[in-house]
Design a protein around this ligand. Sequence first.
Ligand SMILES: Cc1ncc(COP(=O)(O)O)c(C=O)c1O
Length: 386
Amino acid sequence: MDTRPKTGSAVAEGIRARRRGAVKWTEYGPDVIPAWVADMDFDPPKCAIDAVLEIVARGDVGYHSMRYREEYEAAYTHWARGRFGAVPKPLRFLPDVMSGLFWAMRTLVSPNAGVVILVPSYPPFYEVIGATGHRVVPIPLADVGGRFEIDFDRLATALADPSVEAMILCNPHNPTGRVFGRDELLALAGIALRNEVIVISDEIHHDLLRDGRSHAPFNSLDHEAGARSVVLAAPSKTFNLAGLKAAHLEVSDPDISARLAQVADHDRGEATLLGLASATAAFREGSGWLEETLGVIGGNVKAALAAFQGIPRAKVYNPEGTYLLWGRVEGLGPVSAFDFFLREARVAVSPGETFAAGASNWFRLNLATYPEVMSEILDRMSSALA
Ligand SMILES: Cc1ncc(COP(=O)(O)O)c(C=O)c1O
């Protein structure tokens, strides 16, 4: 056995050889290290993979019985109670969070109405708002002493516009990594309620928190806007299971439930049997895996902050949650940060301009990889900027 320490490139080669179906690892040539789409490089928890293997070995892959949904709901309820101190509202099952957002936009927001998002924003939010016939109302997050904050005055003005009917909240926030706390959420809830704006809260990164932070589900706030909200979540980011397709929407308000029911089940897709079963196994037995994974991500965050600290033309923001690092580079002229890092560092980041108009000198770096790969990525990016 070769016991020499592995270099980042050797580890990356090993991941590439295994991840033959993953877009993250197939989009770019073999000399590029991918750090873009929000998949982790780690294998999911063994219990989740075993659940899939056991079902496939039995050939038991027909339409799923209700039992799979009930078991997911019970396992997730236990998980959410333990991690967020909150009992989830009744679940509706979905293949993924984006199909839930399409569903909510189509049923809960009038044609041409405005929908607020905090910018920079996860790029598909722009798409879903446009594709369902609505108008994006972007509210920039404010950099206050190196931390992104919600500009509540600006938010209040935007939500006071009667044509604005909804806000898509993303908490923890992709791409900045902000974890909005209970006080911020209550302030937001007050403004939303006053203006009769429904909050659709995408909480897909809810388990990926750092430094002892806790997640407050929007519908767990003791507030009428929380009770009237829709929360979307999934096991896919937590356990790296995006391709297996299972997610859920939580709703308790009867009027909102009735409006959601206008779309037939077949018109919004279903969670898969393998997705539900793997998620159930992970919620039951995956907490050790998650803690270990968060430890590795935490180490990578530290390494990345230290690497960029030494580079005056680069600025990155300490993520409180997610495994994503948001940052910018000065002095690139007309070249985007994405093009610069791809060409000069052979690292594929996510392009800033897809998150906010004009943000081409910004980038999002995925930190969910092995420490050796992280250090190779950071060496390459630092050398390119030297
Ligand atoms: C904030 C956010 N929402 C939704 C998604 C997509 O989730 P899904 O694959 O469940 O549609 C992602 C994926 O990166 C995300 O970061």
